[in-house]
Design a protein around this ligand. Structure first.
Ligand SMILES: [Fe+2]
Length: 164
């Protein structure tokens, strides 16, 4: 389907995020197992649960808007996950890897924050108020996760990585 209208653009962006979230549900378990710090590992697990909820929220948006998603693979998320996997392959398990994983996870969160921000704006412009509400909930979750990761990196992750 060619993207001709704002609605087409919205459906395309939503389909992209659906793929992104699905890919992430598979990757977060790997990140959690790779993390040494229990608190960090738990944060990845918590976000895995949230991500399942975010997939469901997209399903709800689809239902409320009466649209059909396109089958596609989010190339950006694929690349971000690949970078995280490279870290796991290259760095020995421990605080330095943990610091790297935090950075990789934050790149994912920032991509998602940008994407959900766009989706909210498009849904608003299209007059899809119920979709805006749902997408905003996810946007706030992503922001909260990002903030949690920043705090963890500053207080625990990076100092531990520096001191060994
Ligand atoms: Fe997400």
């Amino acid at each position: 389907m060619a993207r001709k209208t704002l609605e087409d653009l919205f459906i395309h962006a939503l389909s992209d995020m659906y793929s992104a979230e699905k890919q992430l549900t598979k990757a977060l378990g790997k990140l959690s197992r790779a993390a040494t710090n229990e608190q960090l590992s738990q944060a990845f697990e918590t976000h895995l649960q949230e991500t399942h909820g975010q997939v469901e929220r997209i399903d709800q948006v689809v239902e409320k808007c009466g649209i059909r998603l396109k089958r596609m693979k989010c190339a950006a998320m694929e690349g971000l996950i690949e970078e995280g996997e490279e870290l796991i392959d290259e760095i020995e398990k421990g605080p330095v890897l943990d610091a790297g994983l935090i950075g990789a996870a934050q790149k994912v969160e920032h991509y998602e924050i940008a994407s959900y921000g766009t989706l909210c704006a498009l849904a608003k412009q299209l007059g899809r108020q119920e979709a805006v509400t749902l997408l905003k909930e996810t946007l706030e979750e992503e922001k909260a996760t990002d903030k949690k990761l920043t705090e963890f990196a500053e207080k625990v992750g990076n100092p531990q990585a520096k001191n060994g």
